[in-house]
Design a protein around this ligand. Sequence first.
Ligand code: ATP
Length: 284
Amino acid sequence: MPEVAAKAPALQTDGGATPALRLEGVTCTFPSPDGRGRTYTAVQGVTFTVAAGEFVSIVGPTGSGKSTILNVAAGLLTPSQGSALAFGKPVSGINPHAGYMFQADALMPWKSALENVAAGLEFRGVPKREAEERARPWLARVGLDRFGDRYPHQLSGGMRKRVALAQTLIVDPKIVLMDEPFSALDIQTRQLMENELLDLWSADRKSVVFITHDLEEAISMSDRVLVLSAGPGARLIGEYKVDLDRPRDVAEIRMTPRFLDLHREIWGQLREEVLKGYAQTKLT
Ligand SMILES: Nc1ncnc2c1ncn2[C@@H]1O[C@H](COP(=O)(O)OP(=O)(O)OP(=O)(O)O)[C@@H](O)[C@H]1O
């Protein structure tokens, strides 16, 4: 992986402390969709480390294996080769340190906003009444204290994302795995949510792995951006440290010269992969 080595001193940026998350030589091979007994290797030999409290984004072309990597980190998928380690221990089964937020709403339509947030705790065995008491301050933290009685269909897309965020964070995961969580939102709501996430993150400093198609979103939020090549056999081909000051406003930071330099540099590498990925979608 020469590009990675050239752009950053090392993948382990935690000063030697046990990383929150490490994927080591992860390869994931699936049965090919053509049903002829062939296989498709989505990602190959993926190795990276996320330090405690670090915010890392992974960008890559469509179908390159970003969600696959996140599924391995969450313990939802066992890699064909390699391993995932959470705080130095192999992940086997669901990663107990991780909270997962998907692109699609995972809210239960028959539960109110308060009940949905409380559900995160109830799944872990906290009694309903206590879970709801603990959910109230979380609804307030995401600005929805007056909306606890509303059902998901009575909330806007941004509000539903806030509920999902509170539902994920209430269980106090040490690692937050986010798969394009805001991609369905309009740009203004999206930037508000990005800033809210950064505020919540800076208060608690969890480790975040954030998957996105959007390079601007990745740079504006992260400490580091990892670039995945086009598949099959996608590899990590770039690692960029984002040395922008915090706290950040995601809209304002995009206008700074340093942001533009980083964007130019990363896009220079990502563009080629996006074109390759696009060409492959036309072949399949
Ligand atoms: N369970 C599975 N069975 C078969 N193939 C799979 C499975 N999961 C993922 N794949 C394939 O692996 C490749 C990577 O998929 P993945 O969803 O991880 O990519 P992605 O980068 O997240 O895509 P996108 O950006 O479009 O969301 C794709 O070609 C996909 O079809």
